[in-house]
Ligand binder design. Structure first.
Ligand SMILES: Cc1cc2nc3c(=O)[nH]c(=O)nc-3n(C[C@H](O)[C@H](O)[C@H](O)COP(=O)(O)O)c2cc1C
Length: 329
């Protein structure tokens, strides 16, 4: 039987050393976060989705979203588009960042994205998805992958057809988040659909959805036969999930980090964010992360109430240090 933790082959030229990935998350997976997740064992991290339309207009803000973190030996850039021509126009900007993989978002349920025919609207249109994948594979040898949902709604489950279209156009792998667009993030991810997909196509399959614990990651690998796993919400405030999962998959057990390390992690992530985007922006961007780092710690509600009002690095770090030195931990 194949080991659950193993290298992931995207193409002849691109093999990532492991199969535990940080999923693309708009507003979260910036360079600071990806670098930190890499330190904690993520084998490949995905950027936030970037607009091909904006890249083709030479938007420096969008180019900045693709910035690679120092620790990232491998990284994936996720793009969104509804036009093969725009995808090809944007390609040089993407390739200039030297990504290991380019992923196409075919699952985003946000109305603004759907309105442009992108995200889940593209997932609903396998023919157009095929054209976009083909246009890209014809213009680069960087592996092109797609990330899809199970379908638009419960009456139009089309993930097998969408995956077929991507595979036929030369896609190197398919990620399935087995919820429909209309489910958004509600209900449970339908993992048996991942098994169905794995049995249906020959290119590698990456599982996404409800990877909230190392045990969940192990279960999805065991029960679906998928080739890799993407962690999204479960890694926010908990980058150590990658280390835990790797330990669990390779040794059958794992050791949790001490509570004070959670706060050290929060401080290190914050420092990394300041380094990449400066103190002012980091203070705004880091609130959501810092609240998650403290989740579950004794007295954490009090820290979160204070963090909401912080406007400087000194204030943040002061609160976290005070909490670290308290008798609670
Ligand atoms: C805040 C947030 C932002 C997300 N942004 C993206 C994105 O930019 N591209 C994408 O393909 N998926 C995005 N997703 C979906 C995740 O990558 C993932 O498929 C989904 O959250 C299910 O995984 P999980 O249950 O482990 O969180 C996002 C999810 C969340 C919660």
């Amino acid at each position: 039987m194949k080991a659950l933790y193993h290298p992931f082959v995207f193409s002849e030229k691109v093999t990532v050393p492991g199969n535990l990935f940080l999923a693309p998350m708009a507003g979260y997976t910036d360079a600071a976060w990806r670098g930190f997740a890499t330190k904690w064992g993520a084998d490949l991290c995905y950027t936030e989705m970037v607009s091909c339309e904006a890249l083709s207009r030479d938007s420096s803000k969008t180019v900045d979203m693709m910035r690679k973190a120092e620790e990232e030996q491998f990284y994936a850039i996720q793009i969104f588009t509804s036009s093969p021509e725009t995808a090809v126009k944007a390609l040089p900007y993407v390739l200039a960042q030297k990504p290991s993989v380019i992923d196409i978002n075919c699952g985003c349920p946000v109305p603004k994205v759907l309105k442009g025919g992108c995200g889940a609207a593209l997932g609903r249109n396998p023919e157009l998805m095929h054209k976009i994948v083909k246009a890209l594979t014809e213009n680069t040898d960087v592996p092109i992958t797609v990330k899809i949902r199970s379908g638009w709604d419960k009456n139009s489950i089309n993930f097998l057809e969408a995956a077929d279209a991507a595979q036929a156009a030369g896609a190197a792998a398919v990620t399935l988040h087995p919820r429909t667009r209309s489910q958004d993030y509600a209900g449970k991810a339908d993992w048996p659909l991942i098994k169905k997909l794995k049995e249906h196509i020959s290119i590698p399959v990456i599982a996404s959805g409800d990877m909230f614990s190392p045990e969940a990651i192990k279960e999805v690998l065991e029960t679906t036969g998928c080739d890799g796993v993407m962690v999204a919400r479960g890694a926010v405030g908990c980058p150590e999930i990658f280390q835990y999962a790797k330990e669990l998959l390779t040794t059958g057990t794992y050791t949790k980090i001490p509570q004070h390390q959670k706060l050290e992690n929060a401080m290190e992530h914050f420092a990394r964010s300041v380094k990449y985007i400066g103190e002012e922006r980091a203070c705004k961007e880091m609130k959501k992360h810092l609240c998650c780092y403290t989740k579950g710690l004794p007295g954490s509600a009090e820290i979160r109430n204070k963090i909401v009002f912080c406007t400087s690095a000194d204030e943040y770090l002061g609160i976290l240090r005070k909490f670290m030195n308290s008798e609670n931990l």
